[in-house]
Design a protein around this ligand. Structure first.
Ligand code: 5AD
Ligand code: SF4
Length: 461
């Protein structure tokens, strides 16, 4: 179950610098925090920096440049970065010439404050200014700290091929920014206005990924349903269909959808292609219409239910997950009950559950933070309890079902077993032996033998 996984610490373990670029002898280490978009952003930064001659290292110990790509969505995400910066003091003591940079959403939010505050940070770079990183690092080596935090209406890094780690799953950003302005959310301020990449460049990137061995692509955007290629007049459903057609053997996922824009065309497109995974992440945030309005979510819970019913009608068996915030300003106990009601009615396969965290500059910031932390905590606990029971129940119903899974490799818990993922995004553990004849990245068929836990177990057919 996906309970409160707000900030995944994902440390890049990148490939080495492309051979064609002459090395400048300096080593770069990048650490990534936050959402999937940030993983892809770090790959863009790695690409830019290796193009300037940096060698990529997977350890901070011997790096000449350490960059943290950061998240600002909740206060605890930022706290983590502050703590990490304190650790980096140790590296600075050992290497006086070390350049430390803060990139991404927190850089955009805190700007110059980050440099003056800690005496650790040399450069601060917002999400639309990654092209300036090589010059800013160069200046920092010369003793000049630098800040680049301008947001752009056009930057999509469309021409930059992200430097990906080897693997079978790739993230592809199809748009940047967000225009929704949910009142609790800092993203429109840290990532700026919404803009889409060109249709053709995305389809050609996806083709290239298949050719270099990737088996699964997740198309990313803050609200992918708003994707639009103006010159070609193509929307997100068109893009998904074009990708699925261009590489029929590749699996496609996407994230995230907004309930207001989750239209019939998209649902029907998903149903029409076998290689578009039957998995929808559809955050509802709160179950009460007054709270939804205060959040500026622009839909009612009745509209949300109608969309869920449509998904279930057109794609029976489609897995649905969600995001929920508890303790939004002025949320009463009765209004929180409405959130519980949605969880019980929809029966999600999993949910990311968060306590409301006030963010400066947002509209909700001005509403105060009147739900005490202890009450947010008990509401969260209740949601976790309800969702855990539902996850286990829906997983128990999987026993006997047949799934095609994408083989990922040894199971994290017990490497003697292997694991793969269903197109509904569930992990299946299965017994492995070296004579079984499959390799990582193969699609194999399994029957589910056990489902009474957070993950499924299966046998190969
Ligand atoms: N406090 C708590 N959760 C938040 N989210 C976004 N902003 C906040 C905030 N200020 C959650 C929403 C969103 C997910 C990515 O993070 O549920 O869908
Ligand atoms: Fe934030 Fe709302 Fe945009 Fe999602 S849709 S990034 S919650 S403003």
């Amino acid at each position: 179950m996906m309970i409160d996984l707000p900030v995944l610490d994902i440390v890049q373990e990148p490939e080495t610098t492309p051979k064609s670029v002459e090395s400048n002898g300096r080593k770069l280490y990048v650490e990534t925090y936050g959402c999937q978009m940030n993983i892809n952003d770090s790959e863009i930064v790695l690409s830019i920096m290796s193009g300037s001659g940096y060698e990529i290292t997977d350890k901070p110990d011997n790096a000449d440049v350490i960059l943290l790509n950061t998240c600002a969505i909740r206060d605890n995400a930022e706290k983590k970065i502050h703590e990490r910066l304190m650790h980096l003091k140790y590296y600075k003591k050992r290497n006086k010439n070390l350049v430390v940079g803060v990139l991404g959403c927190m850089a955009e939010r805190l700007r110059a404050g980050l440099v003056s505050e800690k005496n650790i940070v040399n450069i601060v770079v917002g999400p639309d200014e990654f092209r300036k990183v090589p010059q800013l690092v160069e200046d920092a080596i010369g003793g000049q700290s630098g800040i680049a935090v301008k947001l752009s209406r056009v930057e999509t890094y469309d021409d930059i091929v992200p430097l990906r780690t080897e693997g079978i799953s790739a993230w592809v950003s199809i748009m940047r920014g967000c225009d929704k302005f949910c009142t609790y959310c800092v993203v429109p301020f840290t990532r700026g206005r919404e803009r889409s990449r060109s249709f053709e460049s995305i389809v050609s990137e996806v083709r290239g990924l298949w050719e270099s061995g990737f088996k699964e692509v997740t198309l990313l955007g803050q609200n992918v349903n708003s994707y639009f290629d103006e010159p070609l007049q193509k929307d997100f459903a068109d893009l998904l269909a074009a990708c699925a057609t261009a590489v029929p053997q590749m699996r496609f996922r996407y994230s995230t959808s907004h309930p207001q824009d989750m239209n019939d065309k998209l649902i029907e497109t998903m149903a029409a292609f076998k290689n578009i995974c039957k998995y929808v992440h559809l955050p509802f945030q709160a179950g009460n219409n007054r709270v939804l309005e205060a959040m500026n979510r622009t839909y009612t819970i009745e509209h949300y239910y109608e969309r869920i019913d449509k998904i279930k009608e057109v794609m029976p068996g489609c897995a649905i997950t969600t995001d929920v915030i508890v303790g939004f300003p002025t949320e009463t106990d009765e209004e929180f009950e409405d959130t519980l009601e949605v969880m019980r009615r929809v029966r999600y396969e999993g949910a990311y559950l968060y306590k409301y965290s006030p963010r400066e500059n947002t509209k909700a910031w001005k509403m105060g933070d009147d739900v005490p932390d202890s009450l947010k905590g008990s509401r969260l606990e209740e949601l976790i309890k309800v969702q855990r029971a539902i996850t286990w129940e829906v997983n128990a119903l999987e026993v006997g079902n047949i799934h095609e899974i994408l083989v990922e490799g040894p199971s994290k818990k017990n490497p003697a077993d292997w694991q793969g993922r269903t197109d509904t995004n569930k992990v299946v553990i299965f017994p492995h032996n070296e004579h079984s004849g499959y390799i990582v990245g193969d699609l194999i068929t399994v029957r589910i033998t056990q489902g009474n836990s957070a993950v499924l177990h299966g046998e190969i057919l």
